[in-house]
Design a protein around this ligand. Structure first.
Ligand SMILES: [Fe+2]
Length: 297
């Protein structure tokens, strides 16, 4: 591990919340926006006996990594057998509702501004998919999240995770340096942006909208981090274990992270406009614009 190691104190904030529908508690928005992982060691998500039977890799369509659900469209994808869809749908719907309650309790500033919710049920062992994939898709390498086909023009990616492993296995992560330090390290190595190739990629359907300069840089950074074996080994990082029965929250476009081990997790994603943040200057968009001295979207 690097001598530029990161401490639990600088990388995380622990919060005692134990109920999704808790009364409004102290907001964690300031620490979250600075890139910390908010750890909720007592926030478990209870499964019914029937739901426990869904914790099986055979539940997922073999062509997909995870089961995902868009609650506002009631759209479920990735369930292998149609007869299991109602139970999976009910579970993910309830998880979405619980996530909204959690936001109201500890991130009330975001209640009205988060949008485009998607959640997922992940049942494969992390080690199984990290071995079977290309380096670019290998999430056991430190990275920040960026969507290759869905440019997001600087919008924040907020993610809530819950370890639901029935056998007590932790989810093992590594987390990395702050975004300003990450950006200063990688920016000089990134390929320059070509508006023409972004236009072409959109025209032929590789992307769902034109990739902005910001989206180009985030994807480049995602790839440059994963491709750099020295950075993966020697770069600033901290191992964190999230026990079963615990939850955690982070901005996954800002906080470098790598999934090293574990199985069975619920995950809720929201998008957030930069200007809806308490301190937009902490966003990757504003940090990159500051370093480059120009607008990126
Ligand atoms: Fe990720």
């Amino acid at each position: 591990m690097s001598d530029m190691s990161i401490s639990l104190n600088t990388a995380t904030l622990t919060h005692p919340l134990s109920q999704w529908g808790a009364e409004r508690a102290e907001s964690v928005v300031g620490e979250l926006e600075r890139g910390k992982v908010i750890c909720l060691p007592h926030l478990a998500f209870a499964l019914t006996e029937q739901e426990q039977t869904l914790l099986d890799p055979a539940v997922v369509d073999p062509k997909r990594k995870n089961i995902s659900y868009q609650p506002l469209k009631d759209k479920l994808t990735g369930v292998a057998a149609a007869e299991q869809e109602p139970a999976v749908r009910a579970l993910l719907k309830r998880h979405y509702q619980s996530s909204l309650q959690l936001i109201a309790a500890i991130l009330p500033e975001y209640e009205q501004v988060l949008h485009t919710p998607t959640n997922s049920l992940r049942v494969h062992p992390v080690k199984a998919w990290s071995k079977s994939t290309s380096w670019r898709k290998d999430d056991s390498r430190l990275h920040v999240d960026a969507f290759p086909s869905r440019p997001n023009y600087g919008e924040r990616i907020l993610r809530i995770f819950t370890n639901i492993h029935p056998g007590g296995e932790s989810r093992n992560w590594r987390v990395g340096e702050t975004f300003p330090s990450l950006a200063a390290r990688f920016l000089p190595r990134l390929k320059s942006y070509s508006p023409l190739s972004s236009w072409l990629q959109n025209a032929v359907g590789i992307t769902k909208s034109r990739r902005s300069h910001y989206d180009h840089l985030m994807l480049q950074m995602h790839d440059a981090m994963k491709a750099d074996a020295d950075y993966q080994k020697q770069g600033p990082q901290l191992a964190i274990d999230f026990p079963t029965g615990s939850s955690w929250i982070c901005f996954s476009d800002q906080t470098p992270h790598a999934a090293m081990g574990g199985q069975f997790m619920l995950e809720q994603t929201f998008l957030l406009p930069v200007d809806a943040m308490q301190n937009p200057q902490h966003s990757p968009l504003r940090v990159l614009e500051g370093l480059l001295g120009k607008p990126l979207i």
